[in-house]
Design a protein around this ligand. Structure first.
Ligand code: NAD
Length: 426
């Protein structure tokens, strides 16, 4: 039971991302024993910064954008979390994403706290030069919060290695140093890690393999549906296809396609690259966005945005396992329904942790100025992720709870133990 007052600066949004995060914290408190005394620390971000980002557009107009950087919890180390550019970004969303980073980093035992950032902008409406000015001004505005031992940003939705390069350059110029370790997901030429681009999707595949092995389901021939064919979804789909699985449905922002015999992924991605959409891809049927959730599969990977898997969709879903490639794709009510229906849900905080594990490797490599081969990176990531999943699977078994609860229990115990050991200042 919370003894703190609620946050005054966010209005509650039922089933919103921050409420989803809080609901999960509520559900694990009973498993925290004496550490539950500190649980309120997880219900409040450590600090949240809102910045105004004025930039000159190519036509001479001055446009203002709103940006955020949130440190959710720093008990276990510097903040770590991506930067999102999207027209729907809000402060509560960034708070939730930062909270999930705290839990994710602790669930896989990385020496990081949780952070996240974002700008409310549709980046597709900006030229490359405008995007660069936006990124550099945002980086300067949040500059006092970030750094290799404070908070290390990384890519998220609509940001990539180029955006990280601009962030790294801005910090370097502002500080008169070569600040390679201050962001991860950089181009390899600037101290990025081999294997980072594919790491999140690769991690989703590792988790799929681990679950399949435990429930006795061969991946070969399994039907896989993927929502979101970006950095995470496209790589996961490629690796599942490589394991002999059949990609039966794909969805992106503009269209959904299906083929029960298997979609030719290369052809679908080439079609999207050429036409801007999956819709009309030869060899597949284009279906409505809602019909995507009715396609029968063994594995469903939501890898787009949060809140996609609603109660109504969860009730209709015909799949055996949901691997959360996206952050927060399942609403709490949908989660309950999936649990009642016996569908295995691997939560985001472990299913998509491959990316932050390799970000951690990048940070380590930058510190040492000694770089690993891609094989070393993927092998070590696989080892850490599969080991963390084993512990979460075991905890779920031991407590008789869902994997999400187990992952949060493992992670929250670690975070709150660190909180307890550090003590409250003053
Ligand atoms: P991305 O921008 O590369 O791809 C996003 C994909 O989702 C695109 O295919 C887009 O068309 C699709 N999409 C967006 N809105 C949609 C909608 N309403 N309906 C259907 N499809 C929609 O982003 P990404 O980096 O692949 O990230 C996807 C998710 O994975 C996000 O939740 C992100 O936070 C999470 N994630 C990303 C990483 C990473 O390393 N990139 C790491 C961990 C978690």
């Amino acid at each position: 039971m919370s003894v703190s007052e609620g946050l005054s600066f966010v209005a509650p949004v039922p089933d919103g991302p921050w409420e989803t995060f809080l609901a999960t914290i509520d559900s694990v408190e009973r498993y925290l024993g004496p550490l539950a005394r500190f649980a309120d620390t997880l219900r409040r971000p450590r600090r949240a910064l809102i910045v105004d980002i004025p930039i000159e557009m190519d036509d001479g107009r001055i446009a203002h954008f709103e940006g955020y950087r949130v440190h959710h919890n720093l008990a276990r180390g510097p903040g770590k979390g991506g930067v999102r550019y999207d027209a729907a970004v809000t402060l509560p969303e960034v708070m939730a994403l930062a909270g999930w980073m705290t839990v994710k980093n602790a669930a896989v035992n990385l020496p990081f706290g949780g952070a996240k950032g974002g700008i409310r902008v549709d980046p597709k409406q900006l030229s490359r030069k405008e995007l660069e000015r936006l990124t550099r001004r945002y980086t300067s505005e949040i500059g006092f919060l970030i750094g290799p031992d404070r908070d290390i940003p990384a890519p998220d939705v609509n940001t990539d290695a180029q955006v990280m390069a601009w962030m790294m350059d801005t910090c370097s110029v502002n500080s008169g140093t070569s600040a390679t370790g201050m962001v991860t997901g950089k181009p390899v030429a600037l101290g990025g890690s081999l294997g980072r681009v594919d790491a999140t999707g690769r991690g989703v595949h590792v988790i799929g393999r681990e679950v399949a092995r435990r429930v006795g389901m061969p991946l070969e021939g399994a039907r896989v549906a993927v929502q979101g064919v970006g950095n995470v979804g496209a790589v996961a789909a490629r690796l599942f296809a490589r394991s002999g699985a059949r990609i039966v449905a794909l969805q992106d922002r503009g269209a959904s396609i299906v083929n029960p015999e298997g979609i030719d992924l290369g052809a679908a991605l080439a079609h999207k690259a050429a036409s801007g959409s999956l819709g009309g891809c030869p060899g597949s049927e284009t279906i409505s966005a809602e019909a995507f959730w009715d396609v029968e599969s063994e594995v469903l990977v939501p890898a787009a945005l949060e809140g996609a898997l609603t109660a109504d969709r969860a009730a209709r879903l015909r799949t055996r396992m949901v691997l959360e490639g996206a952050n927060g794709p399942t609403t709490p009510s949908a989660d309950r329904i999936l649990g009642e229906r016996g569908i295995v849900v691997v939560p985001d905080v472990i299913a998509n942790a491959g990316g932050v594990i390799v970000s951690y490797f990048e940070w380590v490599q930058d510190f040492n100025s000694f770089f690993w081969t891609e094989d070393e990176v993927t092998h070590r990531m696989d080892h850490i992720l599969a080991g963390a999943f084993e512990q979460i699977w075991h905890t779920a078994d031991e407590l008789g709870v869902a994997l999400r609860t187990a992952a949060f229990v493992v992670a929250c115990r670690r975070v709150l133990e660190a909180r307890e050991q550090r003590g409250l200042y003053p």
